[in-house]
Design a protein around this ligand. Sequence first.
Ligand SMILES: [Zn+2]
Length: 321
Amino acid sequence: MLLNMKDLLAVAHANYFAVPAFNISSNMLLRGAIEASEEKQSPVILAIHPDELSFVRPSFVAAAVAEANKASVPVCIHLDHGSSLGQIMEAIQCGFTSVMIDASLFPLEQNIEISKQIVALAHSVNVSVEGELGTIGTTGPEAEAGSDVIIYTDPDDVVTFVEATGVDTLAVAIGTSHGIYPKDRKPELKLDLLKEIASRVNIPLVLHGGSANPDDEIAAAVKLGINKINISSDIKDAFYQKCREVLADPHLREPNSIYPPCIEAMKKVCHHKIDLFNATGRLHFIKYGSVEARSRRARLLGTGFGNRTHMIMSSLYETVC
Ligand SMILES: [Zn+2]
């Protein structure tokens, strides 16, 4: 069941849990994320960063859409850290149901202007938008980009930004960094700041750089209003650590021999995160209809994907737990 982020997170927002956004950049990671979510009966966000999209190529998104449509759990396909109109347009053409516009390195006024334009474009074709205020840190070259010094989100700016842009969700900087922290660096979330931000706006808040943070801080952040948490490094680390172990056998060469244990190792991490985010079993939803949108956005944008049918469920479920 493919949904946009606004519809997917409305339920999490109303029920105090967070949906994991797993970064996928291979078929193995796609499979692991969907299987783990189905096993835990949890909604899931499949996040793809523009660098990941360049690597897997747009045709990969068609596979993700097909998997999402047949999944037994709600799935959103989300562009992570889009930074230009071109990237956003490409994502919408490919079949993403949600995009992030990250103009957080610009001054507030410019961030508002850019984000507002993306919201107007994306909303016209039922694609939801995540914005970002403040800057998330980075832990090194293997992690996603970020600033050396974290600029914490200003709660006053949050109100201005959300009202002016109409974004559906907002990524906030409260102390996390992309990647896995070196031993000498301890992440510390400013939970008071999060509490303040959550009291000012009524939209789902997003935590980036959710890998390698202490579990108790993440659980507290979920209770305070975080409804989406990005996990990239933790699942990839588990997957490739297992790959290294498996490939110690020099005779192995078939992907279907090598990768299944690696997928299982990744899924263990997914299971743990889903439990931690309080998202396990959040599928007691009422499905009250479906809308088969025949590539409305594709036709509007003249992308040539007109024959493809997307199942877009708009506000079609709500939790009853
Ligand atoms: Zn991020």
